[in-house]
Design a protein around this ligand. Structure first.
Ligand SMILES: *Cc1c(COP(=O)(O)O)cnc(C)c1O
Length: 465
């Protein structure tokens, strides 16, 4: 490409970085952005302007002043773009309760307070009674044991880490038997066969996609078998002509053959969630009763706590994991223990259904959601906006209960001037973004996942459209 003489003379009018930094616009951003970042962003704004200088609107040749003004406007845009990508609170109006892209389970008020308390110094590895060093996670581990009936428990960064630790510690260089119907991909690159391979375990597939029998497992056991692995098909179901042995049957086989029985329950539940339509989710306590030696599950799926991988089971195995150097690399922070402990307290009190937001949202019935819709519509004043209610479905999300779509009441928005895509974008681009769905070409708001504390903000968002 050649630069014509005229282009070269326009380029000569572009402001320098120092000139831009000296404008009132730039000075106004300096406190928030900091001098160094502002310099970098000014360079970016000028480079952006340079690349488009030939397409600037207006017939008149740009002047030094007009280009400086334009550079200032672009600097503000560069700054706003960097700010909008920061991690911040959003309102989840999608109705997907365990929304992985929006941070999975929202924490309870009690867990938020605990996070805040632990943010400074806290007794994470200190025994207040004796004044000596204490063991990290002891309290949470005993709560988990109590809630699941397991002998012992340990916590790592997430359920993927939990599976990785268990397989590395007990199956490296040995065989792991798994049904062909359970070679799961969870999403986010977690594929059971790949994880197995990475830990050095050898995958021994048995049965078929839809049917696997106890005899298939039995035939596969040999002197190099480390364990039988049962993976919960979290995000899919195989229906029709299907069969697989129960955990109890597998447990009897594992005992007889002296191999380990490990269940990756994925989400799992600490009590039976069938009243919320989630009867398919394995209840961890039942897995322990049925004889699993180790069970892993996530902290931030249906349990409703922070991101964590929970491992429960036989004491000798958990103790073995605790001594593995990999555990040190996968352990969680004081903040996670704090939030997890507060979440588990609600379960021990028997008030989890009410106190843990994910469970409360899942249990909400259509009529209570409809009631909230009416109140919200009454309070949002926008003559350009029509809000209609219609029955619809929420989703569980998070790779759990893929067939459960709780019935809900949706609010469909239609705007006198704006198309659905524009309404959706305007809601998303607010200071506190409101994330909505588009259903049948209309923006749909599902209050199931909007907390009552978020309602004033949502009302302000609807009123401003
Ligand atoms: C979700 C899930 C995982 C991964 O859990 P993370 O906590 O996201 O790491 C592993 N296994 C199963 C069966 C799952 O459902």
């Amino acid at each position: 490409m050649t630069t014509t003489a005229e282009n070269a003379s326009i380029l000569a009018l572009l402001p320098s970085v120092d000139e831009l930094l000296n404008t009132e616009t730039a000075k106004g951003l300096e406190i928030d952005a900091g001098r160094e970042r502002l310099t970098r962003m000014s360079r970016e704004a000028i480079a952006w302007l340079r690349s488009e200088i030939r397409e600037l609107p207006g017939d008149n040749r740009p002047t030094r002043e007009s280009l400086l003004r334009e550079a200032g406007a672009r600097l503000i845009q560069v700054w706003q773009r960097s700010r909008s990508s920061r991690l911040r609170r959003v309102i989840n109006a999608t109705g997907v309760v365990i929304h992985t892209n929006l941070g999975r389970a929202p924490l309870s008020d009690e867990a938020r307070r605990a996070l805040n308390d632990a943010a400074g110094y806290c007794n994470v590895e200190y025994d207040i009674r004796t004044g000596d060093r204490g063991r990290r996670g002891e309290q949470v581990e005993s709560m988990l044991a109590e809630l699941t009936g397991a002998e012992s428990a340990i916590v790592v960064n997430n359920c993927a880490a939990a599976a990785y630790l268990v397989l590395s510690a007990f199956a490296a260089g040995r065989e792991v038997i798994i049904s062909r119907g359970e070679l799961v991909e969870i999403g986010g690159e977690f594929r059971v066969p790949d994880v197995l391979a990475r830990t050095g375990a050898v995958l021994r597939e048995v049965g078929t996609t839809n049917r696997t029998k106890l005899a298939d497992y039995e035939k596969a056991v040999n002197e190099n078998t480390a364990m039988i692995l049962k993976v919960h098909p979290s995000n899919y179901r195989i229906v029709g002509f299907i069969a697989s042995p129960t955990l109890k049957e597998l447990s009897a086989l594992a005992k007889r053959k002296e191999v380990l029985l490990y269940e990756d329950a994925g989400s799992g539940a600490l009590f039976d969630l069938s009243p919320s339509g989630l009867g398919d989710e394995p209840v961890i306590k039942d897995s322990i009763v049925d004889g699993a030696d180790l069970v892993t599950f996530s902290g931030d799926k249906l349990l409703g706590g922070p991101q964590a991988g929970l491992i429960v089971g036989r004491r000798e195995y958990i103790d073995h994991l605790r001594k593995d150097p990999l555990y040190r690399a996968l352990r969680v922070s004081k903040l996670i223990y704090a939030a997890l402990e507060a979440t588990l307290r609600a379960y021990l009190r028997g008030t989890a259904e009410n106190d843990v937001p994910a469970l409360r949202m899942l249990a909400a019935d259509e009529s209570s959601i409809e009631q909230r819709c009416w109140l919200l519509i009454e309070r949002s004043a926008n003559p350009d906006l029509r809000i209609e209610m219609a029955e619809g479905n929420s989703a569980v999300g998070g790779g759990a209960a893929p067939l459960a779509y709780p019935r809900t009441v949706l609010m469909f928005l239609s705007h006198a001037q704006l198309r659905a895509g524009e309404v959706e974008r305007k809601l998303r681009e607010r200071e506190v973004p409101v994330i909505a769905r588009i259903v049948d070409n209309k923006v749909a708001i599902d209050l199931r996942t909007v907390s009552e504390a978020d309602e004033p903000e949502l009302i302000a968002a609807l009123s401003s459209l």
